[in-house]
Design a protein around this ligand. Structure first.
Ligand SMILES: [Fe+2]
Ligand SMILES: [Fe+2]
Length: 349
């Protein structure tokens, strides 16, 4: 047995198709002696059906046959099997299939029938090495996909768990987080951020107020004006939120949103008094969505503003509270997609 040879225990199945039984017999004897699982069929039409029914790793195919030639067999096989590794056997130099046929049907190699079978054996060995590599890559791909799916499931599970926690605190501003997430994503799209970034910003919008879990309901739901101490306490929610989110490394990307959504473009916001571009762009986006929703939502003690009034207010606060470019993009959405904004607001009432 040759060194480094792939043996039959590796499970490789080779199908030899030739309309001359004598050729099949001689190839089979020779390949079996070398340790391969070999099957032979003389009728090319039968061979197509056999390949449809059974899984082979390698097809060794005669070119000139009756009732159909090898290239016709390949044409049929390729309609349902793109993976099968195919070696074409030719009887004579003049009968080599045209290069276009080889390329078109993805034939991996061809070999002249000759008295010296070693050339064919070498070709088969390298063919099986390729088959093995393709199998390994496919296996890794499947494993990767499974772990990606598991990861995605775990991520969505965590998102859901946190949503429940946020919702429990959100009763006084029903659906606020959902709407902020929604507006933020629209805005991210409007300023041409990638769909991956839009998704990140959406999740950031959902959790921007998660720190309110750490603020007493007596303050959050107080209908009267807050005292200075109470207001200071509320101002802790971005940092509390960042700390909560920080516990899950998968949410690393949205920490800047949670932490900085109350910063103002002129530097007069909290918690860090960041100014202009110092404020992460995701947070500048969510800040506008957040303010718009706060303005247009009903509260126990007041009715929500109209879209037009909120729009005027946003324009008035360009370059003071808001980043001008992002605010103008939001105004554009309000003017163009008014209907979907109205619907989002109505869902909260
Ligand atoms: Fe907030
Ligand atoms: Fe908010």
């Amino acid at each position: 047995m040759r060194k480094n040879q792939i043996r039959s225990e590796d499970g490789y199945k080779i199908l030899v198709v030739d309309d001359e039984q004598g050729i099949i017999d001689s190839i089979s004897i020779f390949l079996k002696r070398s340790g391969y699982n070999v099957f032979g069929i003389t009728n090319p039409l039968e061979a197509i059906e056999q390949i449809r029914r059974e899984n082979f790793d390698l097809l060794i195919l005669d070119y000139i046959m009756t009732p159909i030639h090898g290239d016709k067999v390949i044409e049929e096989v390729r309609k349902f099997n793109k993976d099968l590794y195919i070696l074409l056997l030719t009887g004579h130099k003049d009968l080599v299939p045209p290069l276009e046929t080889i390329k078109k049907y993805d034939i991996q190699g061809y070999c002249e029938k000759s008295d010296n079978p070693n050339q064919l054996l070498l070709l088969i060995e390298s063919a099986l090495k390729s088959v093995e590599q393709v199998k390994t890559i496919k296996k890794i791909n499947t494993e990767l996909k499974i772990s990606q799916d598991k990861l995605a499931d775990a991520y969505m599970g965590t998102v859901e768990a946190l949503r429940v926690a946020v919702d429990a605190k959100d009763t006084y501003t029903k659906g606020h987080s959902d709407r902020v997430a929604y507006y933020s994503k629209l805005l991210a799209k409007e300023i041409n951020l990638t769909s991956q970034e839009q998704e990140r910003i959406y999740i950031g919008g959902l959790f921007h107020d998660i720190g309110k879990i750490g603020i007493p309901d007596s303050i959050l739901q107080k209908p009267e004006q807050l005292t200075n101490e109470e207001y200071s306490e509320i101002k802790n929610h971005p940092l509390i939120g960042a700390q909560i989110i920080n516990a899950a490394s998968i949410f690393e990307d949205i920490i800047p949103i949670v932490k900085s959504h109350h910063e103002r473009y002129d530097g007069k916001g909290y918690p860090n008094g960041l100014k202009g571009d110092e404020i992460p762009i995701y947070a500048r986006i969510v800040a506008i969505a957040d303010s718009f929703d706060a303005m247009t939502s009903d509260r126990q003690y007041r009715k929500g503003m109209t879209i037009d009034a909120a729009k005027t207010e946003i324009i008035r606060n360009i370059d003071t509270q808001f980043d001008g470019n992002i605010a103008r993009a939001f105004v554009k959405i309000l003017e163009r997609d008014r209907k979907i904004i109205e619907e989002a607001i109505m869902l909260g009432r």
